[in-house]
Design a protein around this ligand. Structure first.
Ligand SMILES: Cc1cc2nc3c(=O)[nH]c(=O)nc-3n(C[C@H](O)[C@H](O)[C@H](O)COP(=O)(O)OP(=O)(O)OC[C@H]3O[C@@H](n4cnc5c(N)ncnc54)[C@H](O)[C@@H]3O)c2cc1C
Length: 417
């Protein structure tokens, strides 16, 4: 880590929060409400985040007394994590889900409800039950909208939001001694000057690292900055070998990454190879498309297997066939109903000449979620050689809490943050 002697000194704060996705915004607001002096630092416009792109929703059991439903959420999370989850963390996150979802609603987030006033719960891969709250197919944008508004409403002399400011490194309290902790950050102003921002606590909420991969579903901000800064400062980094690949990223060359949410498979869409699709098309009308999907050979849940299994199966099939993509089939489903549930995706596909419902959708796996990250304890404190590192915290996708084990269960990320 360099020693940036010429950096301009800024007024010290109690807490620096780096990042303005769900994790950063939620925490910054909490700290400001508790009377702390907070500086939120975010490298692009406030809403530029993976959170803003999240589609499917947030998983959670809303009745804290429904022990059966809580138990299956725990079991599904552990099964998806391939046995490597920290079970204590899983139990605590699942148990707290109802309260945290209500917190989001108090911040103004609106989840879809049916005509009966009950939540319209969706299902995604690896879930044995319908437990995903959503806001059509743009849940993250709804969360980001509400949290951004709330944060901007609360801005004052003790709560600053610094857009287009990029954190570049953590400042060690004692040069060369990570165990002495962190006392601030160096950051780059929009004008390109380095500034020193001192603080009692620094919270990294910088999201994932999808752009380390050629094909990703992530926005351009996902470049692993938080892990890089923490690593350079000597913090423990964990499980970076676990990168989740999402099976259904839209496969149209030369376009920006675009995800087709797993909720569409929860709604009945089926994955097929091109050859599966041809076989299905020449059979009698009404033949069950699931019987033609390669996924029946890989998972008892078929196209709704967990992401690791579906992505690996798809990769195997693509290597075997030499095809560039597989196909997500929706033509056996009611097109009007599909467009009602997935309006954002329908519009996006339509801009590429694909009609949701009648047309096959070309998809491939793409890097989606950083399962590992900065090792933290149960309250988000970063560790150095397994011991608390004073002054440094990590939350959201950049943190490795052990909730996800080797593979995150769909819609458990927004919940964790
Ligand atoms: C297309 C897509 C769909 C998804 N769908 C779902 C879903 O349905 N359900 C679910 O649970 N999860 C979903 N996920 C995952 C989920 O959205 C993310 O894991 C979660 O939103 C991460 O939140 P975060 O606050 O940790 O990070 P982010 O929302 O990514 O925010 C990171 C912030 O840090 C800032 N930042 C980064 N580096 C720096 C730096 N050096 N200096 C200053 N600021 C910096 C960024 O600009 C950004 O504001 C999806 C992800 C994607 C990409």
């Amino acid at each position: 880590m360099g020693n940036m002697d010429s950096a301009e000194l800024m007024t010290p704060v109690d807490v620096i929060v780096v990042g303005s996705g769900i994790a950063g915004l939620f925490l910054a607001h909490r700290c400001a409400s508790a009377g702390l002096k907070v500086a939120l630092v975010t490298k692009k416009a406030i809403s530029t985040s993976s959170t803003n792109w999240a589609q499917g929703g947030i998983a959670g059991v809303l009745n804290p007394n429904d022990s059966g439903a809580l138990a299956t959420h725990v079991t599904d999370t552990i099964a998806s994590g391939a046995g490597l989850c920290n079970e204590e963390v899983v139990h605590s996150v699942v148990a707290e889900a109802a309260d945290r979802i209500r917190d989001l609603e108090k911040h103004g987030v609106r989840f879809d409800k049916g005509e009966d006033g009950e939540y319209d719960k969706a299902r995604e891969g690896g879930h044995s039950d319908r437990r995903i709250l959503h806001s059509k197919d743009a849940t993250g944008a709804e969360i980001e909208r509400a949290l951004t508004k709330r944060a901007k409403d609360e801005m004052d002399s003790d709560f600053s939001i610094n857009e287009n400011w990029m954190a570049i490194d953590l400042i060690l309290r004692e040069y060369g001694n990570p165990s002495a902790g962190i006392c601030g950050i160096w950051c780059l102003s929009p004008a390109g000057n380095v500034h020193t921002l001192p603080a009692r606590a620094i919270v990294l909420a910088t999201g994932g690292a999808g752009h380390l991969h050629r094909a990703t579903t992530n926005p351009a901000i996902a470049t692993g900055d938080g892990v890089g800064m923490a690593y350079r400062a000597g913090a423990d980094i964990k499980d970076m070998e676990f990168i989740q690949f999402h099976p259904t990223s839209l496969a149209i060359s030369d376009t920006k990454p675009f995800l087709i949410t797993e909720a569409m498979r929860g709604h009945g869409a089926i994955l097929m190879t091109k050859s599966n699709y041809s076989d299905w098309k020449i059979t009698d009308e009404g033949a069950n498309p699931e019987n033609f999907s390669y996924m029946k050979d890989y998972s008892p849940l078929g196209s709704l297997g967990t992401r690791d299994i579906v992505a690996r199966a798809t990769d195997t099939e693509l290597k075997r066939s030499g095809d560039r993509n597989v196909i997500l089939v929706t033509e056996h489903l009611d097109a009007t109903d599909l467009r009602h549930h997935f309006p954002m995706i329908a519009n996006h596909l339509s801009s590429h000449g694909i009609s949701l419902g009648p047309d096959p959708i070309p998809v491939v796996p793409a890097a989606h979620y950083m399962v590992g990250g900065i090792a933290v304890d149960e309250i988000g404190r970063a560790l150095v050689n397994g011991v608390k590192m004073s002054g440094l915290y990590a939350i959201g996708e950049v943190a490795c809490t052990g909730l996800h084990g080797a593979n995150r269960l769909a819609s458990n990320s927004l919940l964790e943050t």
